[in-house]
Design a protein around this ligand. Structure first.
Ligand code: S3P
Length: 420
């Protein structure tokens, strides 16, 4: 894709439905009793891979526009005739593993070139402690049936919602009390949604308690718009002069929206109009003069998927920005810790990669270059914005990776751009 420096972006944009909640809606709907309706479902490669995998496991679903209706199987899935291919979806694969370890048949879970390199010991260890027969340091994962699972008390060695959620899904099928303790909290959509589906789950401070063996009941899930999708536009409008955008109905879960707090800390001009549910709201963002900031600990994890955008914003901010506590970025759809630094530096940024983050000196004007998303959707979209603020021409290879989470990203962006 050839990208040329752009004009300001203005107007109102409705970004697509939340990816994390769409995955969980499918998975919880599949194992519940009765019907589940998902409204504003994200139609993108990742979530459709999870939908196809569940259909192969005997879960009937119908789709009308962005509404998915699931006929829940009350934990009685059927063996798939072929290995389950979750494509690029780490959430799909890890959470589905948590369901399949309790099923009375064998399964194989695999994925695309990126997913088969991602670490799985992080789920294999706790699920094995529960008595599951699951093997594979990386996909393909093989799961064999066991007579029963046992509850565990698990102290999370890393902050990971995918690992936590795999344990919760296994625990829901395991009579007795499983506890999970988090030192730093990861996104809590699974906890919130298990409660909505009638599961016995409580959260007290850092500890989650799941009492297994109770039924889940199908429900209607109104999926908010994806904060991580909105974040690309929050970043772009902040750094492209004269921009102003309105983003309605964006999910504002505290554990997801750390990027809002970071942008404000950096002098970003953002107003939040909360909806009556307090869980979502309208974001109004204007171009601003950003300043550098220090980001660590819980705030880093609350902005996990948006850290590439923090780096891009920091290249345009006055002063130094230090991000720490982000070593998990090495294990995402690509090694984001390394690739964000090397690709933005190729465009003129001054980013030093550290063992768990970056030191960024700004502001640095960016210039066009040949860059690659390496098949990582979030890098593709971040680099597109970098190309829009760079002088000269940027060539972005593997831009189509954006379809993993946001198929209309480029056309949405182009529509908002003021025509000169
Ligand atoms: C996700 C959890 C996060 C995030 C990913 C989606 C989820 O990963 O990076 O894009 O939906 O559970 P962690 O498992 O590292 O928290």
């Amino acid at each position: 894709m050839k990208i040329v420096r752009g004009n300001s972006i203005k107007g109102t944009l409705t970004v697509p439905g939340d990816k994390s909640i769409s995955h969980r809606g499918l998975l919880l709907g599949a194992v519940s009793r009765g019907e589940t309706v998902l409204e504003n479902f994200l139609l993108a490669d990742d979530t459709l891979a999870t939908k196809t995998a569940l259909e192969s496991l005997g879960v009937p679903m119908t789709q009308k526009g962005r509404t998915i209706t699931i006929s829940g199987q009350d934990w009685q899935l059927t063996k798939s005739k072929h290995p389950l291919d979750l494509k690029n979806a780490g959430t799909g694969l890890r959470l589905l593993a948590g369901i399949l370890v309790g099923q009375p048949f064998s399964s194989q879970l695999t994925g695309d070139r990126s997913l088969i390199k991602r670490p799985m010991k992080r789920i294999v260890d706790p699920l094995s402690q529960m008595g599951a027969n699951i093997t594979g340091d990386t996909p393909p994962l093989t799961i064999l049936p066991v007579k029963s699972l046992q509850p565990i008390d698990y102290l999370m060695p890393i902050a990971s919602a995918q690992v936590k959620s795999a344990i919760i899904l296994a625990a829901l099928q395991t009579p007795g009390k499983t506890t999970i303790t988090e030192k730093i909290k990861s996104r809590n959509h699974t906890e919130e949604m298990v409660k909505q589906f009638g599961g016995d789950l409580t959260v007290e401070d850092q500890k989650i308690t799941v009492v297994g063996g109770n039924k889940l009941s199908g429900t209607r899930v109104k999926i908010p718009n994806d904060f991580s999708a909105a974040a690309f536009f929050l970043c772009a409008a902040s750094v492209i002069p004269q921009s102003q955008l309105v983003l309605p109905n964006v999910g504002l879960s505290k554990r997801r929206s750390g990027f809002l707090r970071i942008l404000k800390q950096m002098n970003g001009l953002i107003e939040i109009e909360q909806n009556s549910d307090k869980l979502s709201g309208t974001l109004i963002v204007k171009a601003s003069h950003l300043k550098g900031s220090h980001i660590s600990g819980q705030l880093t994890v609350d902005a996990l998927d948006e850290l590439p955008l923090v780096a891009l914003a920091a290249t345009q901010a006055q002063g130094s920005t230090i991000v720490s506590g982000a070593s998990e970025l090495k294990h995402k759809e690509s090694n984001r810790l390394h690739l964000v630094a090397t690709t933005l530096n190729k465009m003129g940024a001054q980013i030093t990669e550290t063992s768990d983050g970056w030191q960024i000196t700004g502001p640095t004007p960016l210039h066009g270059a040949e860059v690659d998303s390496y098949g990582d959707h979030r890098l593709a979209m971040m680099l597109f914005i970098a190309g829009k603020i760079a002088t000269g021409i940027t060539h972005l290879t593997n831009s189509e990776a954006a379809t993993v989470s946001y198929p209309d990203f480029f056309s949405d962006f182009n529509r908002l751009e003021e025509k000169s």
